[in-house]
Design a protein around this ligand. Structure first.
Ligand code: SAH
Length: 329
């Protein structure tokens, strides 16, 4: 999964047109500017509630085309002191996408961070939209008291899924679960655990807050690995390197490995409603008519409605222990 997505010569994020109508999928910030605007105000509100630290890291994980961060920065221009205090940092593995981000954010000083454990010792405010679903997972199956790992095997020229012959050790968070029946598949994402540990330690020790948005749920259940090409689901072995591979995010893992406080996991639609997306949508609607207005209303529905992204996508915030829970949760 990691190789198919991130290999510098053949990886999906390095070689393909990923986003938009002509790409393989459309993400929330590409659907409407409202998404990034509200997240920008969420970040600024959290910063104000922590007494406006004079210097902080503003980090985005997996910024794609840079649209979300551009909207965050535009929406926060008028928040006195916010732009002066921020040090903009992006975490992005794709060289190709870094070029696009640089263009989109050309008015700002941007750094690309490659090591999340060496962020500066200062408050950290971060956002991650559809980042964690792109990180490689392991799959395990309980067979009585032992666990086997799902592996990829070669059968002649073909690839197929198989099971390890020898038992493997699984992380405690899976091993201790009582609700996994014999034969069930569960997933674990080691990078998600590591990244949650690194970011939460910074927030706990230096202040800040972060919001994670992704499709997924609380606790892993079943096989969620999927490949998407041209907006359609394809087999995971059909087009390695040219289809998008993702797995549902297990928010329990993110919470479990966090050393700072964690909000309840909240559906995206509810979170955006609480932040005022409908009020914002109504204001923008006043400037629109005909097809533009229809597109705008459809975008609002797409981001919030339970039949669209409203409940499949979840949000969760990290914030310092002992502080009040951030807006929207
Ligand atoms: N947040 C954006 C893009 C989501 S796609 C949006 O909402 O539109 C996933 C993003 O994560 C891409 O920018 C991809 O290149 C990046 N990414 C995937 N795996 C990564 C990894 N292991 N390290 C850093 N960035 C990664």
């Amino acid at each position: 999964m990691a190789f198919c997505l991130n290999d510098p010569s053949f990886g999906y994020y390095h070689t393909q047109r990923v986003f938009g109508q002509n790409g393989d999928f459309i993400t929330a910030p590409e659907i409407s500017q409202m998404f990034g605007e509200l997240l920008g105000l969420w970040l600024a509100q959290s910063w104000i509630e922590q007494n406006r630290p004079k210097q902080f890291t503003l980090l985005e994980l997996g910024p794609g085309q840079g649209t979300l961060m551009a909207d965050v920065l535009r929406a926060t221009t008028k928040i006195a002191g916010f732009h002066d205090a921020l040090r903009l940092c992006l975490f992005e593995s794709s060289k190709q996408l870094r070029i696009e981000q640089k263009k989109k954010l050309s008015r700002y000083a941007v750094r690309w961070e490659t090591n999340l454990t060496s962020l500066p010792d200062q408050p950290l405010f971060f956002v991650a939209n559809e980042f964690f679903d792109a990180l490689a997972i392991h799959q395990f199956r309980r067979t009585g008291d032992i666990w086997l790992e799902r592996i990829i095997a070669a059968k002649g020229e073909e690839l197929e899924l198989s099971m390890s012959h020898a038992p493997v050790q699984v992380p405690d968070i899976l091993d201790k679960r009582k609700d996994i029946a014999d034969g069930d598949i569960v997933e674990f994402c080691p990078d998600a655990a590591r990244i949650s540990t690194a970011l939460s330690a910074k927030i706990e020790n230096h202040g800040g807050a972060g919001v994670i948005i992704d499709y997924g749920n609380w606790a892993s259940r079943g096989d969620t690995l999927q490949a998407v090409k041209d907006h359609k689901t394809v087999g995971v072995f059909d087009a390695p390197g040219t289809s998008d591979l993702t797995a549902h995010v297990d928010f329990e893992t993110l919470a479990h490995f966090s050393s700072c406080a964690v909000s309840p996991m909240t559906p995206q639609g509810l979170f955006l409603e609480r932040l005022g997306i409908t009020e914002r949508a109504n204001i923008l609607a006043k400037f629109l008519c005909d097809e533009a207005l229809e597109l705008h209303l459809a975008a609002h529905r797409r981001l919030t409605h339970p039949d669209e992204m409203g409940t499949l996508f979840k949000t969760m915030a990290l914030y310092p222990s002992g502080q009040s829970i951030p807006a929207g949760f």
